[in-house]
Ligand binder design. Structure first.
Ligand SMILES: *Cc1c(COP(=O)(O)O)cnc(C)c1O
Length: 467
């Protein structure tokens, strides 16, 4: 046995990990120099909904890793499925008229758990790659139908669709567009359905229809015969858990139907139970032609993504399309697919979607209601097991803090120091805990959230940020 793996061997110190980390590892979405000065927090193990760092501190992971560890850490069934598949057949491709049993079985199972229009899947290695596939596929669809001018894909500002050239272009993050010459041609953005920012002069329901109307206006501006598709996350995740009014998606559906435009649901976060339904489109009542998935499909244990292809598109590509000149080495990776199979079976057996829908989802919603009395909280909302708090300076008017204060990052700092992983997006504090969380653990999480809000408020009073 390798000496390094023996339990008696000395473990590296946190300082040693941090030094090697900043010397060699360029982290995603990170200011390299400022992280090197502070040093990373080194996460070394996890169990259930908890993480431990290299100093032995325990953290409640209210972000499920990065929106993905839906079944929680330490699930034996997923580990065993990976080990077994690695021994039997660690890799074979699906390019040259070959397939592997796990990829076939996963394709079959996905067609069972997704809405009825989906009987086909195209696999990728991540959500970003899945959205690259979406761009290729919707344009190919219109080409095959003899409408090659239908090139434009409409998305939203503050959307997140990944970090590849196409994914970041579809996304509406201005910081990302500012680097690397994005967006690529023929991708345009409309405003997001964020009521707190754009709609407070009307009811949420009225605003939902107004925000969907921005899609119709954009289609008319461009010309419907040039528009290929509209893409959106049912609930915007990385944008700050922006939950649209219930009137929004049905109106988007109506508009797409009216102009014959393809509708794409990016379910990378909302899929596999997060909203209390198998997929976010089922929660919000719309019927997409394509659905991107990743993250929760394997609960993040290994990377896997893909696109569910609805009958309307599958029929054209299969019957008239000829060769689709697109694919990834890891499309249908057998180990990733074996883990996804084990993960989806676990979600079914443990009835985790029902658990979110009937039990912990409503329980979290009630708990969040009680945070509305906190002096810093302007708005508190949830959708299934996603939650957001809007931190404001003045409750009555929802006056924002001076951005220079970085109120979200201050709050996030208190969370980390007090054993809670919560994410800050501007002044929105967001959570997406593992679906296996219990009521008692929600109580524990809420006590931590309240404590961190109090500590943030004390800072704001002491530093004069409320003035
Ligand atoms: C995370 C995410 C992606 C990108 O997935 P990666 O696996 O990081 O490439 C795409 N869409 C949404 C909605 C996401 O949250």
């Amino acid at each position: 046995m390798n000496a390094v793996l023996q339990p008696t061997s000395p473990v590296r110190s946190t300082q040693s990990w941090q030094a090697a980390d900043s010397a060699h590892f360029l982290h995603p979405f990170t200011d390299f120099q400022s992280l090197a000065r502070k040093g990373s927090r080194i996460i070394t193990r996890a169990e259930g909904i908890y993480l431990w760092d290299s100093d032995g501190h325990k953290l409640l992971d209210a972000m499920s890793g990065l929106w993905c560890v839906n079944v929680g850490y330490g699930q034996r069934a997923l580990v065993d499925a990976a080990a077994k598949q690695m021994m039997e057949l660690p890799f074979y491709n699906a390019f040259f008229q070959t397939a592997t049993p796990p990829a076939i079985e996963l394709a079959e199972l996905l067609s069972e758990v997704t809405p009825p229009q989906f009987k086909h899947v195209f696999f990728s290695g991540s959500g970003s790659e899945g959205n690259d596939t979406v761009v290729r596929m919707v344009r190919r669809y219109w080409d095959v139908l003899g409408q090659p001018d239908r090139q434009v894909i409409i998305s939203r500002h503050n959307a997140y669709h990944g970090s590849t050239m196409a994914g970041a272009s579809l996304g509406g993050m201005s910081g990302m567009h500012a680097q690397g010459g994005l967006p690529i041609p023929n991708i345009v953005h409309i405003e997001q359905p964020y009521w707190a920012e754009h709609g407070r002069s009307m009811s949420r329901d009225e605003f939902g229809k107004v925000a969907a109307g921005w899609l119709e206006a954009k289609i008319l501006e461009i010309g419907a015969d040039k528009v290929a598709a509209f893409i959106g996350e049912p609930v915007q995740g990385a944008g700050g858990v922006i939950i649209p009014p219930d009137t929004y998606w049905p109106e988007i559906q109506r508009i797409c139907d009216q102009y014959g435009i393809l509708l794409v649901s990016d379910e990378v976060i909302c899929g596999f139970g997060r909203t209390g339904h198998w997929f976010g489109c089922e929660r919000f009542g719309f019927r997409p032609d394509l659905m991107t998935f990743a993250k929760g499909v394997t609960s993040g244990y290994v990377p896997l993504g893909g696109v569910m292809v609805g009958d309307r598109i599958a029929k054209v590509l299969i019957e008239q399309g000829g060769e689709f000149e697109h694919g990834y080495t890891y499309s249908g990776h057998p180990v990733a697919c074996a883990v996804a199979l084990a993960n989806i079976k676990l979600i079914r057996e443990q009835r985790l979607v029902e658990h979110v829908h009937d039990d912990v989802g409503p329980y979290l919603a009630k708990a969040y209601e009680t945070l509305r009395d906190h002096p810093l909280v302007g708005d508190a909302e949830t959708c299934g097991l996603m939650g957001a708090l809007l931190l404001v300076k003045d409750k009555a008017r929802w006056t924002p803090f001076d951005p220079a204060v970085g109120i979200g990052m201050v709050c996030r700092g208190h969370c980390f120091a007090n054993g809670l992983v919560m994410r800050a997006v501007g002044s929105r504090m967001i959570i997406a805990p593992p679906l296996v969380i219990t009521r008692a653990q929600i109580d524990e999480m809420m006590a931590l959230i309240r404590r961190c809000l109090d500590l943030t408020l004390a800072d704001a009073q002491r530093e004069g940020w409320l003035a």
